[in-house]
Design a protein around this ligand. Sequence first.
Ligand code: AMP
Ligand code: GLY
Length: 441
Amino acid sequence: MNVLVIGGGAREHAICKAVCTGEADLYAVMSNVNPGIRRLATDFYLQRETAVDKVVEYARRRHIDLAIVGPEAPEEAGVTNALADEDIAVASPSREAAEIETNKEFMRSLMDRHRVPGTLKTRAFSDPVKAREFIELLDGEVAVKPVGLTGGKGVRVAGDHLHGVADAADYARRVIEERIGGGSRVLIEEKAVGEEFTVQAFCDGLTILPTPAVQDHKRLLPGDAGPNTGGMGSYSHASGILPFMDRNDYEGSVAILQRLVDALRDEGRPYHGVIYGQFMLTAEGPKVIEINARWGDPEAMNVLPLLKTDLVKLCLAMVDGTMSRKKMEMHRLSTVCKYVVPEGYGSKPLPGIQIKVDERAIEEAGGQLFFASVNERDGGIYTTTSRSLAVVGLAEQISAAERMCEEGLGHVRGGHIFIRHDIGTPALLQQRIDHMRSLRC
Ligand code: AMP
Ligand code: GLY
């Protein structure tokens, strides 16, 4: 079977590795030469992932049977629809179903229309004066978000980045006037207080198969300081839930994902692919922060290495709606993933810096290496302006997985790189547990 993976990041490297554990022949479309994907693939095509016609033509030429779209931008551009029109099985949602991620206003209104639990007070505005009135109504305790895609970097939250009503209203006005996120509309949301977590699930339009909960770290700097990023690292626990939550919290979030999938189907947008729920665990239970129409990055790296079941088989079941008959098996291990990013990432990243990685030593330590937005040329690996590579440790306990991850990171060398070393450490985990306990008391 010829399988095409679209995207050149660490998430896609993880997808490619999982595809290659089975019988499939791997093909790739990516806009950077990801060295990990290049080595696994029978062939790759260096191309913008949103160039619909070119991607489809490549898929046709290579006789692709199954395609998996990694990032959201090609879904929004219609790559999934165009490949499906060529009778290629695509284990990713159509443009219409992916609107659950690409249009945050649609996601909230879908939740309202179908009375899905776990939503927040939200309204969208094109008029800065009306946006300000709503911010005042919520006493400035808001998150201000562009309605469209910003790669996770356009959201500003009261207390973290916005200080008071005037500040929030000013950013809302900028989002509208400068068309941040591609449109002149802003979403004002009630601020949720708690601990964030992610649940990703395989979905065949009807049934979902949820995977272990993961906690990502969006903020750039240790102690959750600094600007939001695409995600600096993440961890999961062998039990499938996280140390600050209980089984009910997890089941509650899975039920929300199922309700969303049902709502999409009812509205004629059946969802086939991996659905990603980002939740805030509040004193009142899980609340939806955002829904993504794909694997998370980094969260894919916590879950995919645990899969015992062949990913390609799961993908085919997602496409043809037969997933309820498949049983998914996973290794019961904890994982810790940390990203290496170029110095200045989040503000002024330094591209073109060489990174030296001893892959063999990382594997000997039991870890796994996933290349992200780097370029390989003349036998060397060079940074771009985005995240460079991720190292994952896997062990029974989070603490051992964290030590394995750090040992692996010891085999990555480069003059101008940055890592959030506090991710997955006992001290940070304890802070999360204490935070949740104080909210619940
Ligand atoms: P998003 O791109 O929607 O995932 O937002 C980026 C980050 O902003 C999230 O990971 C949260 O930490 C924060 N955030 C977004 N929406 C809210 C909200 N309504 N309440 C509190 N924090 C939020
Ligand atoms: N980890 C956040 C995302 O994938 O959007």
